[in-house]
Design a protein around this ligand. Structure first.
Ligand code: DGL
Length: 282
């Protein structure tokens, strides 16, 4: 994709990309989207009212989605919605698509690319307990990795380690080691899927324990590519319409509940260009 075409997307589409997660995990997706679409305007919504999603029932997540997404659509009028959360996407994608005409992009564990990449045939899947238990994840495994040996680790503790890191706290390597122990004990694993958007934020620490010979694979780049494709299609569809609002707006970050110690997280959000941080009551 050439640079001028990317510029064209941002100057043709006035509306923003809505990135959604339970917490700050979606920032790993933001990083990839910004790399691919540096001129886009982002609205990030962290549904910390229901955080962590990995421990919620499927029913609770779908019920929440049916209230949340119409409200977010009315408030922000995004051009596209990215559900930057595996725990959510693996259960609510179809439901959300049914209630909106805005394109919805999901994030699901990168099992297919990991299976293709692995030479040893031994791969790890790191995700939340919720994502590990989903039918959606099972069917990705049986479609793309049924002949491989997969070590699955469902960890909600890793999510809090990433949340802590975003607040400037050190990652507790003893806790991380305990969580990763099934992978540390396994033989010949060469590829590990980071099936939770929080985990790329602690990939350095994961690498430190597992060793640099292990390839960590997540869905970030693929999601950014898909977002660009969707925006291009929208730009083509709207090409004949005049757009007087094409000025790039600043990024916005919203929590659905006031987080404790909000000041601690602001430097992390500012480093990603989110200068406006507020709480919305949904
Ligand atoms: N970031 C979310 C994911 O990708 C999960 C975080 C949580 O459990 O709230 O699954």
């Amino acid at each position: 994709m050439c640079y001028s075409l990317r510029m064209n997307i941002s100057t043709t589409i006035a509306n923003s990309i809505l990135i959604f997660d339970s917490g700050i995990g979606g920032i790993s997706i933001v990083d990839e989207i910004v790399q691919r679409l540096p001129h886009s305007t982002l609205v990030y919504v962290a549904d910390n009212k229901l955080y962590p999603y990995g421990t919620q029932t499927e029913e609770a997540l779908v019920t929440r989605a049916l209230t949340l997404f119409p409200a977010l659509e009315a408030r922000y009028c995004p051009a596209v919605i990215v559900i930057a959360c595996n725990s959510a996407s693996t259960i609510m994608l179809d439901e959300v698509r049914k209630i909106t005409h805005i394109p919805v992009i999901g994030v699901v564990p990168a099992i297919k690319p990991a299976a293709r990449h692995s030479k040893s045939g031994n791969i790890g899947l790191l995700a939340t307990k919720g994502t590990i238990s989903r039918q959606y994840t099972e069917s990705l495994i049986s479609q793309f990795a049924s002949t491989l040996n997969m070590i699955k680790i469902g960890s909600d503790v890793l999510v809090s380690l990433a949340e802590n890191k975003s607040r400037g706290l050190p990652v507790d390597m003893n806790i991380l080691e305990r969580e990763l122990s099934p992978l540390l004990d396994a033989k010949n694993v060469d590829t590990v899927v980071l099936g939770c958007t929080h985990f790329p934020l602690i990939s350095q620490e994961i690498h430190q324990l597992l060793g640099s010979h292990i390839t960590l694979i997540d869905s970030g780049k693929a999601v950014a590519r898909r977002t660009e494709e969707v925006l291009l299609t929208l730009a083509e569809t709207n090409a004949s319409q005049k757009n007087h609002d094409a000025e790039k707006a600043p990024h916005t970050f919203a929590f659905t509940a006031c987080p404790p110690n909000i000041e601690q997280i602001k430097p992390f959000l500012r480093s990603r260009g989110f200068r406006q941080v507020h709480t919305i009551n949904i």
